[in-house]
Every structure is written in C-alpha cells, then in structure tokens.
Design a binder for this molecule. Sequence first.
Ligand SMILES: [Zn+2]
Ligand SMILES: [Zn+2]
Length: 343
Amino acid sequence: MNFCVKCGVDCEETIRGLCIDCFLGDRTLTALPHHVDLETCASCGEFFIHDEWVEKEKIQAIEDAAIENLDILKEAEILEVTATSIIEQDTSNFAVTIGTSLKVGTVYTTDSATTSVRVKNSVCKKCSRQLGSYYESILQIRNGEKDLSYELKDETLSKVQRYVNYRAKTDKQLFITKTEIVVGGLDIYLSSIQLGRSLSKFLADEYCAVRTESPKLVGQTDDGQDMYRVTYLVRLPDYHVGDVVIFEKRYYKLTRVANVGAKMIDLLHFGDRSVKRQDMSNIKVYRKEQDFDEATVVSRMPGEIQVMNPSNYSMVDLRIPAGANIGEVVHVVDINEVLYYVP
Ligand SMILES: [Zn+2]
Ligand SMILES: [Zn+2]
C-alpha cells in the first residue's frame, strides 16, 4: 500500500508520489494553442494537413487541424478525441472546441480545449506546377501524312483524359498541363516523363500505332542531375476500326484493333479473319467509315436484301450475313462497280 505525499491518504496507486486526485488537481490535461493556421489551396480546394495536401470536407479539415495541434498530458491515455463544437466566426475563422476522453492511471476523465482555426489561402504543389505550365513530356498524336480528323482528335483526346484521370487517382503529381491542336494532330503536355511513356504505349497498343521517343536535355536540377524532356510521338495508322480495308487483294471491314493484331469481316462471305501485328502494315484503307454510302432497303429475304443503288437508283440484290439486323437503310460500298453490303 502506498500513500500520497500531499494529502497523506493511503492509496493503491500513485503518480509522482501523489494520489490520482492530488495529481490531477488543477493540472491541465489537454491544451490548444491560441490559434491554428490551416492552409487551403485557392485553386483546387485541398487542405495541408500532416505535411501533405489532401482532399477533405472543409469542416473535417478544420477539426483535423485543431486535433493535430492538441497537447495532451503525457501520463494520460487518449480514449477518444473529437470536435464538440465548431463555430464559424467568419468565412476564414472558426472557434473549435475539442473534447477528449482520457484515462489517467485507473481514473477515467474528460477534458476540453478551445482554439481558433484560421483558414489561409495558399497554392498546393500540383496547382503551382499546373499554373506555371510545368511539363516533363509531350505526347504528339499524328496520323500518317494526313491531318488528324476531327473525330479522331476527339476520340484520342478522350482516351488520353480517361487514362490520365485514372492514373491521377493514385498519384496527384500526374496531370495534363495543356493540350494544343497543331497542324497534323494534337500535342499534349504532361507533368511527368513516366506518364508520357506509359500513355504513349497505351495509345500505340489501342491503335497499333508506331511509337517513337526523343529525349532532349533541358538543363540541370539543383543537385546537378541532367534534366530531360521527352517527346513521345504516336503515329496512328491510316486504318481505323469500322473502315473497309484491302488485305491480300480482298475486301474486309475492320472490326477490332489491338496490340496483338486485328480482326476483320470479309465483305463477300462475311467470314472472320485475324491479322497478326507484323502483317498489319499490309492493310490498306479502301473506304473510311465516314465515307460509306447509304442505300434504302426495298425488300428483305433470308440472306439477301434488295436496295436502291444510291448512285443510279437501280435495284440491286445484296448478300447479307445470317441474322443481320436490317433497318430502313444500310451502309454500302462500291468495289469495281459492284455494290456490297457493309455489316
Ligand atoms: Zn493526495
Ligand atoms: Zn491545388
């Protein structure tokens, strides 16, 4: 059995020679500074807490900033800590009371402390780079000799944006600095070399495109390392899914393109055919999908339809694949003055 050196009571437990009551006395259990500064990015609205920029509800950020600055008596064990009140004094000043449940020795107790959280405008690292047009790589999307069509600009740009948004979920340093429409295609400025590399590989696979990279020394970092910018060129092939193409002197509709090769449907018998990646350079575009003619359907029979030839209004019988869903009009192409149905 111990006793308290202050009040003399016999007790099981002493802290620094005192019984728990004498120890707690009017000792401060929890304390907050007069005010706490909370930085918020004026551009994206993120908050700087625990040495990093994070996306949070403002009220949660204010609570976290106060708790981060809470001083707790070192003999105490915290059981629970939470904001018991947050009062908005004006848009950037908040009176915050933090309530704490504690255990000191065998005694359970509670305490509260109050501070003023001041929300201050700042700019996070990512936004300051973005606002400063920071970039490490350029992705150039081109299309053979010709200018990139409006549809292809749209399609490639939305693929790029989806890819970068996905990657940015786990790495906030990844972003598109700017996008420029240039003669011949698109230039996309990117925040990192690694992003340029993986994105260009992704696009090259999607389109079976030719991909090249050219690094350029742009200076040195503060610690003397060479600093590079890398331009990744993705040159799209002339063909695109949906086009009618010529391969080994036969005509096909291109139905799929991937990094391993392509799939096509034969316009004569509607059989499937695969082409390996290394043979794809032999695929030639016969007619782009947007240049197909439309023919009005006059009658339908199994395996065959009759349409009006759009060029001379004569009636033509067209072979169709089994189970084809035929509407009012169908897509057709003329090959050596013969009309073909495009599935
Ligand atoms: Zn005592
Ligand atoms: Zn920001």
